[in-house]
Design a protein. Structure first.
Length: 157
């Protein structure tokens, strides 16, 4: 009986997505979206968390910024938190997205509710990093894809 419990515990723990599976996000990334530039930077997973920032740049100005963290709860559940806005203007309350799956090359985060997006998926691709946000927007299925390429160290400022 104890052997069955041990095997069951090992199988459930090995199939649960882990923060360590997200190392592929680490780095500085840039994508051309909406005719402008979006940048996203992630620190490596360490001590139960990853931290990221993003900014949309258009016409020599920053349109909006995002503050992100991916955190492991004591239960082992991993959650992505995203807040938009400038700290000086009172950034939004973070939206939580539960990590549904991760395998070292892809990660999918989901949340309920009506606010778009309901799903965020990151994938390591040959050209860099792909991020797809999807869900229902104004009652219709919607999806946007960001094709990020790495920002060389000398280029990041």
């Amino acid at each position: 009986m104890w052997a069955v419990a041990l095997v069951t515990a090992m199988m459930s723990s090995s199939s649960s997505p882990k923060l360590e599976d997200l190392g592929f996000l680490s780095g500085a990334w840039t994508a051309q979206v909406w005719g402008d530039t979006f940048e996203e930077t992630w620190l490596s997973p360490a001590d139960g968390a990853m931290v990221g920032v993003g900014r949309h740049r258009a016409n020599g100005k920053t349109g909006f910024v995002e503050f992100m963290s991916i955190e492991t709860a004591p239960s082992g559940e991993v959650t992505l938190y995203v807040a938009q806005g400038r700290l000086s203007q009172g950034a939004s309350k973070p939206d939580p997205f539960r990590m549904e799956s991760a395998d070292g090359r892809t990660a999918t985060f989901v949340r309920g509710g009506d606010d778009f997006p309901q799903r965020i998926r990151y994938a390591s691709v040959a050209t860099g990093l792909a991020c797809t946000i999807s869900g229902t927007q104004r009652g219709k299925p919607a999806e946007e894809r960001f094709d990020f390429r790495a920002i060389p160290h000398a280029e990041s400022r």
